[in-house]
Design a protein around this ligand. Structure first.
Ligand code: ZN
Ligand code: ZN
Ligand code: ZN
Length: 324
């Protein structure tokens, strides 16, 4: 509720940058809870018992299936906040630091739950995009420590994905090849930024890395959606995710805060020129020194990199080796 007691949940169009902003004041209605209470532990009203991982509806969503009517403005464009926000509780165990501490089978199980959810959500009219992401670390504002990630089912295509789609489409028509397949090939040829590889996946710090310890994880097979993965590829994805994140965690003595996101094609339409991948942004540039997206990055939109990716990749690769 805002100061007038009005419930607002809508999309507002930024005509200057050409992108949507999700507006909701539902979070300010968050009920008081004791600091020791964990809503994701087994045995709460929502979670119950007897599960290995769970997908719950987010209690403070930015998007819902039946949103209130958006406000009408004489100049600005608005739209209904149609969609869905979920929390993925990745384990019943509260005191696990990161998904890299989970068994490969458990991570694969979590991924398969997410895939089922995507299949179910793809049928909904509002579902244009399915974004799975994970925020890790108090430094970047994660207040609930119980291992969890989030899903946003969105009625539009996120702006970064739109940029990737447009560049990949142009590359596809100019070169008759997939931009991402070519990046995988070049990164493997260069080798110095490759972090880990298994049968079906490769993990590397790209040539054009933005964040200090950025990891991109690609399936070698040219696919667009999570739902195209086979069981074997899901297991291999869990393996490369576990060890890439384990290495990331041990770069410094303090666990690395990061944001992880899965980029895939929009749920409806033909995007054969696109290639699914995971991006992980490790945000410490030195022991206890957080890289901020500040003036140049937030204000200008371009990143500055205070090292060279080849150096940081070699540090991270050594850490990953120690995890194996
Ligand atoms: Zn918990
Ligand atoms: Zn490809
Ligand atoms: Zn991407």
């Amino acid at each position: 509720m805002d100061s007038d007691g009005v419930f607002v949940m809508e999309l507002r169009w930024d005509p200057v940058l050409g992108e949507w902003v999700m507006v909701s004041n539902v979070r300010s209605a968050r009920p008081w809870q004791p600091a020791s209470f964990c809503p994701f532990c087994p045995g709460t009203e929502e979670t119950g018992y007897g599960w290995k991982a769970l997908i719950l509806e987010n209690k403070f969503p930015m998007l819902i299936e039946s949103p209130p009517k958006p406000s009408v403005h004489r100049f600005y464009k608005t739209a209904s906040a149609y969609g869905k926000c979920y929390v993925v509780v990745e384990t019943p165990e509260h005191n696990i630091d990161d998904i890299s501490d989970l068994a490969i089978e458990q991570i694969a199980y979590v991924i398969s739950l997410i895939i089922n959810k995507q299949e179910e959500e793809s049928k909904k009219d509002y579902a244009k995009y399915f974004l799975w992401f994970r925020n890790k670390g108090r430094e970047i504002g994660v207040s609930l420590v119980h291992p969890h990630s989030q899903i946003y089912v969105i009625p539009f295509i996120p702006i970064r994905v739109l940029r990737e789609l447009s560049n990949a489409e142009r590359y596809w028509y100019e070169n008759k090849r997939c931009l991402f397949c070519d990046i995988i090939e070049i990164e493997k040829e260069d080798g110095i930024r490759v972090l880990l590889e298994n049968n079906d996946w490769v993990s590397f710090m790209p040539f054009y890395t933005h964040w200090p310890f950025e990891i991109h994880i690609y399936p070698k097979k040219h696919i667009q959606l999570l739902t195209q993965l086979t069981d074997k590829e899901i297991m291999q994805m869990a393996q490369i995710l576990k060890y890439s994140l384990c290495g990331l965690k041990s770069v410094f003595s303090k666990s690395m805060p990061y944001v992880m996101v899965l980029h895939q094609a929009p749920l409806k339409g033909d995007f054969n020129f696109y290639h699914l991948h995971i991006e992980i942004y490790g945000m410490l540039r030195e022991e206890s020194k957080l890289k901020y997206a500040a003036g140049m990055e937030t204000g200008g939109g371009n990143f500055t990199y205070d090292s060279v990716p080849e150096h940081n990749a070699s540090v991270l690769r050594e850490r990953i080796k120690m995890c194996l």
